[in-house]
Design a binder for this molecule. Structure first.
Ligand code: CMX
Length: 434
């Protein structure tokens, strides 16, 4: 057992006892009512899951173990000379429920670097796919190919006791998080850079090394990756990718199977794929208007034509949030600091000025404000990562931190198989009409 795992193991008995004690006192209390409409509305607003790592407030946005993004930008350790938080620190915080020291973060970094070797058959599996296969398809296939390495699957098959499930899930999760940047970079370089690959730089941190393997060694880009990987990691338990990883994991599917399932959810256009859709939509707008700097009136006209054609405006709206996403704001501040004159940034800012009023005027959009995906593509484009089909893979690499921390806790707390009840419309009608 390594030091990080051992430290985590000390957290489990206390957490278990607290829950047991709480349940013995309040297990029969009612948490909320379920309205019939909610059953037809994607279960919006129903508290049905336990997720300890983060909580999303509709007005304020995400808090990771109680800390907002601006607070974490101050409190989490940075790379020497850097200003953005290291995702290793975010991982430590949400897993241990403790702010990490510089040493804790260095330990996570070194631990992931040690685990980062990807077996050759994974690259061969990716190579078997057409170059044009969507990067998210390649990503999911590669994660499943890596499943040959699952310690949980092996130990479960050989009859390990239930008390050890979390240990094997911990090992799988750490290995998977460590290896994803290499896999993602391989997919990127294969698809867009003539299959010319870059060896890892083991002196770098996890996100910095990822940027390096993608082929971007600009210091600002490394900082962007640290911020990006931190803020996309976790968004409480009910979003499609987090919920899917938890649900599939509840069948004792291993970390590879669970995470691959979650990534198929992230690849949907209403969820993570929106980050590529935003840039695609923005490029199509510029082309359609015939200008690099469309006016606000032209943007408004284009938005109305998007809505009239029955499409959504990507990057705006949210199932929970009712204000501008603080992840959007963090990225906007990065742009204001490093590239205030970037024409695409100015266009994205103008879209921000225009879209909310238009969405409000539809009378049906509950949240007219931008979400995380409205800004991320502009920052990547600025540094030359222009192949926007790849953007959701970046989101996916980051999401491993949150979803797999949760999976470790699920096994540590022996969370049961998830199996909610369902009901037919006919039965509902009978109940209320007869
Ligand atoms: N553009 C146009 N219409 C929108 C809209 C948008 N950006 N956001 C919501 N609406 C529409 C919905 O499609 C729905 O229309 P119908 O009643 O005709 O079906 C109506 O407004 C009400 O929807 P809502 O309750 O406000 O939003 P939901 O909780 O149902 O959906 C979301 C949330 C994110 C799927 C939706 O806002 C959307 O489609 N946004 C664009 C895609 C996007 O940016 N997704 C990324 C979200 C963040 C992430 O997961 O990465």
């Amino acid at each position: 057992m390594d030091r990080i795992q051992e430290y985590f193991s000390h957290k489990i008995p206390t957490a278990k006892n607290e829950i047991k004690d709480f349940l013995s006192k309040f297990g029969n209390e009612v948490v909320g009512d379920i309205k019939v409409a909610q059953l037809y509305q994607g279960m919006r607003g129903m508290p049905t899951l336990i997720c300890e790592t983060s909580k999303l407030d509709p007005e304020e946005g995400i808090r990771f173990r109680g800390y907002s993004i601006p607070e974490l930008q101050k409190l989490l350790p940075k790379y020497p000379g850097g200003e953005e938080p290291l995702p290793e620190g975010l991982f430590y915080l949400i897993l241990m429920n403790e702010l990490p020291t510089e040493d804790d973060v260095r330990r996570v970094s070194n631990n992931w670097a040690r685990r980062a070797i990807v077996p050759p058959h994974v690259f061969k599996t990716i190579d078997a796919l057409p170059f044009k296969a969507h990067p998210m398809t390649q990503f999911v296939v590669a994660i499943m190919a890596l499943r040959t390495e699952s310690i949980f699957a092996r130990e479960y098959a050989s009859g390990c006791p239930k008390s050890e499930y979390w240990i094997h899930t911990f090992e799988d999760s750490m290995n998977l998080i460590a290896r994803l940047p290499r896999i993602a970079a391989y997919i990127y370089r294969r698809a867009y850079k003539n299959d010319q690959h870059i060896e890892p730089d083991t002196k770098l941190d996890w996100a910095g090394n990822f940027a390096h393997m993608l082929g971007f060694d600009n210091k600002e880009f490394l900082e962007l990756m640290r911020l990006y990987m931190t803020i996309h990691s976790d968004h409480e338990g009910g979003n499609v990718s987090a919920h899917t990883v938890h649900l599939v994991g509840s069948a004792l599917s291993d970390a590879y199977q669970s995470f691959a399932a979650g990534m198929n959810g992230l690849a949907g256009p209403l969820h993570g794929l929106a980050n590529q859709e935003v840039i695609k939509w923005t490029m199509e707008m510029k082309e359609s208007i015939g200008s690099e700097v469309p006016t606000k009136e032209q943007i408004a006209e284009y938005c109305n034509s998007t809505l009239a054609s029955g499409k959504v405006i990507p990057g705006f709206g949210h199932a929970v949030l009712r204000k501008t996403d603080p992840r959007y704001t963090a990225q906007r501040e990065f742009a204001l600091k490093h590239m205030p004159e970037d024409p695409l940034f100015n266009l994205i800012s103008n879209v921000y000025d225009v879209v909310p009023e238009i969405l409000k005027s539809t009378g049906k959009v509950k949240n007219p404000w931008p979400n995380v995906d409205a800004h991320s593509g502009q920052l990547l484009m600025h540094y030359g990562l222009v192949e926007y089909d790849f953007y959701t893979v970046l989101f996916g690499v980051s999401r491993s931190i949150g979803t797999l921390s949760n999976l470790i806790w699920d096994r540590a707390l022996s969370m049961p198989l998830e199996r909610p009840g369902s009901i037919t419309t006919e039965l509902l009608k009978k109940r209320f009409l007869e």
